[in-house]
Design a binder for this molecule. Structure first.
Ligand SMILES: O=C(O)CCC(=O)C(=O)O
Length: 274
């Protein structure tokens, strides 16, 4: 018999009030940072389950930092923890974050694309500039990631940074996360005169960014891991439109039962709001 987990008794469902100005700013800038989104108690209650799963499923455990690629130095990446852990599922399915995603995107309802823990270890490297949506077989731009640090993230721990307005420019959209994307996208961001917003995150602060927003993170020079959990939401009406081999592998992985051109209503893509 699987062990019954007692779910934390903390609020992760009540609405976070978003003003019209914040929604407009998100759509203009391609990202938004929201302070006091989660309470310290809520983060502390869910951190142990997320961290346990991330460390247990860490495929880089036995690889020393100096032998890793730039990608693998950036973070331990563990996806769809919600499918195997009830406590993490409760957090990933929280209504506050899903509702804000729907409001920012301007859609009635959102589905899960997938969740992802991104732990930048002590002395972990930088995350190269990239846009996420190049990997995803979507027929629209209505998708957004919430980036939830489980502790405060000072600059020296590698907070997420964004190129303001970059979702509206076609810079480096075909570049996979690599040293090349870091260099070429940095050049493109400079050439277009876009602001890089590189700021710490307070405890409880989160960010949302569109699939096409360019983002990166600095290295973690602190002795503690930078613990982050993310959920990627898509418009509940999103249809499958694979155009590249990478799209096809994401199709198999994240929405295996969906046929091309159809709404992605696979059991892996439950509606999270309303
Ligand atoms: O956490 C990081 O360093 C990168 C995060 C990221 O690329 C994302 O959430 O899309």
């Amino acid at each position: 018999m699987p062990q019954q987990q007692t779910l934390p008794d903390v609020d992760i469902d009540s609405p976070y009030p978003l003003s019209r100005e914040q929604v407009e700013r998100f759509r203009r800038d391609g990202f938004i940072k929201l302070k006091s989104f989660f309470s310290a108690e809520a983060l502390a209650a869910y951190d142990p389950a997320i961290t346990r799963n991330t460390l247990e499923k860490n495929s880089l455990r036995d690889k020393p930092m100096e032998k890793r690629s730039t990608y693998d130095k950036a973070f331990i990446q563990v996806s769809n923890i919600w499918e195997t852990d009830e406590t993490v599922k409760r957090f990933a399915f929280g209504k506050r974050a899903a509702r804000a995603a729907a409001e920012l995107l301007g859609v009635e309802s959102v589905r899960m694309w997938h969740d992802q823990a991104l732990y930048k270890e002590a002395s972990g490297g930088f995350t190269p500039w990239h846009a996420d949506q190049q990997y995803w077989p979507f027929d629209s731009e209505k998708c957004v990631t919430i980036w939830i640090p489980l502790q405060a993230v000072p600059i020296e721990m590698g907070p997420l940074s964004f190129a303001r307005g970059s979702h509206l420019k076609k810079i480096g959209r075909d570049l996979v996360i690599s040293d090349e994307s870091e260099k070429l996208i940095a050049d493109g961001v400079k050439r277009e005169g876009l602001d890089e917003v590189y700021e710490p995150f307070e405890l409880g602060e989160v960010s949302y960014h569109y699939g096409w927003t360019l983002h990166r993170a600095g290295p973690n020079s602190t002795p503690q891991a930078r613990k982050v959990f993310t959920v990627i939401y898509m418009d509940a009406h999103m249809r499958l439109q694979p155009r590249t081999p990478v799209h096809r592998s994401d199709w198999e992985r994240w929405t295996p039962g969906t046929h091309v051109g159809r709404v992605m209503d696979d059991p892996r893509n439950p509606v999270l709001y309303p």
